[in-house]
Ligand binder design. Structure first.
Ligand SMILES: Nc1ncnc2c1ncn2[C@@H]1O[C@H](COP(=O)(O)OP(=O)(O)OP(=O)(O)O)[C@@H](O)[C@H]1O
Ligand SMILES: [Mg+2]
Length: 413
């Protein structure tokens, strides 16, 4: 099923309002086989029956709930009157205030649970099978970045005093009647402040939201300054979206990665095969999609990404002018990074060694998992040159990052 890209379309028909090329929200590659036309539950059961997934009661129940939503969403198109056709008088004579307006859209779903429980896997089964023409599946962080880009573009045209949130909601609702967010999370006060009105706008326009998250709605943005102003958003989410706790007691990701060797030396054909297998094991696909992460207004190119896993050649990761903010973004966005071909580095490669130190520090601090092929064991990778003493700590971290204890730690986003 075709998934559109939000940012392929401008916000107001003006090319200037379109995001720069490359900031596209990546459409999620379809990963389903088999009984797509029957919805997520039969597909889930088929995968369990085929031994691709372990049977799990909590997942089965979540799949039933998603199946119900799938049924209600078949052929869904919001019937909402287009906002520009709603004149002043019709607004004036509305029987209900805007915020109490009912819409006929099916209630969405917010799937919450601990890491590795299969939330994204289930949402992907749902998304791939959803019979909705305009649908989008996106990482929530990327969605917010895209929104900020559009707001910026809007203000450049309409000035700082014009309110961009209504037009932003219009453009998003035009592009997607079903929005699936992976890893819904709110850390940023700027995001917190726009979310309430943006989501109200989306719900008014009939957009259906499905999300996965590690945080229950009541705990979003908890303990942060400005939380009081965020509470109406939580109330709105709880009204418009059913919250389902996925209580599976198994961290399947941990089980998968713990079964995999993570450091492959030497970086020969055997290592390559092992890494290909690990990537497929973790993502369900042989190759990821090229993706771009926006960091401080720039784009960091990720050659392959799928299901929270990124894959780079060493030179793509450490041979380019990337800095700490870029590596931090990678380490928080991806739970696992696969690096092919880490070479032995000499004094002339001090810049690559420095970047490798930086990326490993960022990954270590955020408990991002590393799978790599390399010319040598960590201790022998960079023995002479600028920062070689500092590299000893990196080598020690690289050793620890291979341990079962490290692999069991939850990713810090
Ligand atoms: N029942 C299962 N049997 C085997 N593997 C599973 C099962 N459920 C999920 N997995 C696999 O476990 C891994 C983690 O699943 P998934 O990414 O969906 O977890 P998640 O709940 O979204 O985690 P997070 O909160 O970290 O995003 C994936 O590789 C997925 O395919
Ligand atoms: Mg997930």
């Amino acid at each position: 099923m075709l998934a559109i890209r939000l940012s392929e379309l401008p916000m107001d028909g003006s090319p200037d309002a379109q995001l720069p090329a490359g900031s596209a929200l990546a459409a999620h590659p379809s990963s389903s086989n088999g009984t797509v036309g029957e919805g997520p539950l039969p597909l889930y059961r088929a995968r369990v029956a085929a031994g691709k997934l372990a049977p799990d009661q909590a997942q089965e129940m979540a799949a039933e709930t998603l199946q119900d939503l799938w049924r209600r969403l078949r052929g869904y198109e919001p019937t909402q009157e287009e906002p520009e056709k709603q004149g002043f008088l019709s607004r004036f004579f509305r029987r209900k205030p805007v915020e109490e307006e009912q819409n006929p859209a099916p209630i969405g779903l917010y799937l919450v649970g601990e890491v590795g429980r299969g939330k994204s896997m289930l949402m992907d089964l749902f998304f791939d099978t959803a019979d909705v023409t305009r649908k989008q599946r996106i990482h929530f962080h990327q969605f917010m970045q895209n929104c900020h880009g559009r707001i910026h573009a809007w203000k450049k045209i309409h000035g700082d005093t014009a309110d961009p949130i209504g037009p932003l909601a219009d453009s998003i609702a035009d592009e997607a009647a079903l929005l699936c967010f992976d890893e819904f999370q709110v850390h940023d006060i700027v995001d917190a402040m726009i979310l309430g009105r943006l989501f109200q706008g989306l719900f008014n326009r009939g957009t259906v939201i499905v999300a996965t998250s590690n945080t229950a709605p009541d705990d979003l943005f908890k303990g942060k300054p400005g939380r009081d102003a965020f509470l109406p958003f939580i109330a709105l989410i709880k009204k418009q979206v059913n919250v389902l706790f996925l209580d599976s007691n198994r961290d399947y990701r941990r089980a998968r990665i713990q079964g995999l060797p993570t450091w492959h030396a030497p970086a020969d054909a055997r290592a390559q095969r092992a890494i290909d297998k690990a990537f497929e094991e973790l993502t369900g696909v042989a190759h990821g999609e090229p993706t771009k992460l926006e960091v401080l207004g720039r784009k960091v190119e990720v050659p392959q990404a799928a299901r929270g896993v990124a894959r780079f050649d060493f030179v793509e990761l450490c041979g380019k002018p990337l800095g700490p903010a870029d590596y931090l973004a990678l380490a928080t966005h991806f739970h696992t990074i696969v690096v092919d071909g880490v070479p032995r580095l000499g004094p002339e490669n001090f810049d690559k060694a420095r970047r490798f130190i930086t990326v490993i520090d960022a990954m270590y601090e955020h408990r991002c998992k590393l799978i790599a092929s390399a010319d040598a064991v960590p201790d022998q990778l960079y023995e002479r040159g600028e920062n070689a003493a500092m590299f000893e700590r990196t080598a020690s971290r690289l050793m620890e990052m291979q341990s079962q204890d490290y692999l069991a730690l939850p990713h810090l986003t």
